[in-house]
Design a protein around this ligand. Sequence first.
Ligand code: FAD
Length: 316
Amino acid sequence: MKVTQHIEKTDETLFSFEVIPPVKGKNIEELYDNIDPLMEFNPPFIDVTTSREEYVYIDRDGLLDKKRTRMRPGTLGICAAIKHKYDVDTIPHVLCGGFTREETEYLLVDCQYLGIDNVMALRGDAMKEEKYFTPTSGGHTYASDLVQQIVDLNKGVYLHEVVETDQGSDFCIGVAGYPEKHMEAPSLKTDLKWLKHKVDLGADYVVTQMFFDNRKYFEFVDRAREMGIEVPIIPGIKPIAVKKHLQLLPQVFRTELPEDLIEAVTACRNNGEVRQVGIEWAIEQSKELRAAGVPVLHFYSMGKSDNIRAIAEAVF
Ligand code: FAD
């Protein structure tokens, strides 16, 4: 079922989360072990991220051989496995970066055969070695281009117009939104303009980047509504888990942390205490968002679910 249909079916705030495929060489059991404890809270859908490729250097008798590889492949396989095991909708993250348009089309066709009703259309980050995102040759530059490709497929128009059919796909399309603006956007207003572009092209819902101050989300939603963005805007919540997040999250996601949270984390003697602070902060955030009637609380689980479970127990 589509995310929008799940939302329309109820006035209650739904619970959902995102998982990351294991590093290749690991099996899927650990992932299941982390999903199992969360199924009690009836997530209508689970997102599965896609990782960018990266360069690895292999030592061959003193000479370094540079190879491009994807360390966490298997997004679609994991979507199919989770859907089959738990009878829940799964949402693959589909990226511009690292994929040609043709590869994206084949991926979408696979999604259709697997009965996947939703896809999250994202540009993807720059590769680790790159300062800025470089479009893959033959791939898309912006998430909006990807939205357009999916919308075309929904209309039965395949690439290069080799096939036109009235049996198009019917994907519900999610896109990313940034309450504190995307790091490359010169202003929140400009970023919102591009978000509106994605929605005007056919995106059905927005999931936000993590934020730690609910006012940022509420203001973002107000501004989005003023600009005519009317689709559901799902807040993304990440509980802080280690002290290093104080530097890492602002650096990687350009997220500002509230002073009270910084002080509480700084006062912790170990990461066990930090994890508890993160849980308590996310519970307060989630309770307020739920009281405000958000359609879904979407959690970034980062592979370990004990903290997400503790939050869900307190909120749902
Ligand atoms: P876009 O919407 O293309 O925007 C990128 C930048 O370009 C923005 O600054 C925007 O303002 C600007 N822009 C957009 N359109 C135009 C235009 N036509 N002309 C000029 N400027 C424009 N990354 C992964 O690698 N894998 C994942 O699984 C993943 N999942 C995510 C899930 C969520 C909910 C979120 C919020 C992010 C996720 N990301 C993921 C990160 C995301 O890929 C990065 O934030 C990326 O840098 C931007 O992606 P986007 O889809 O927002 O890009």
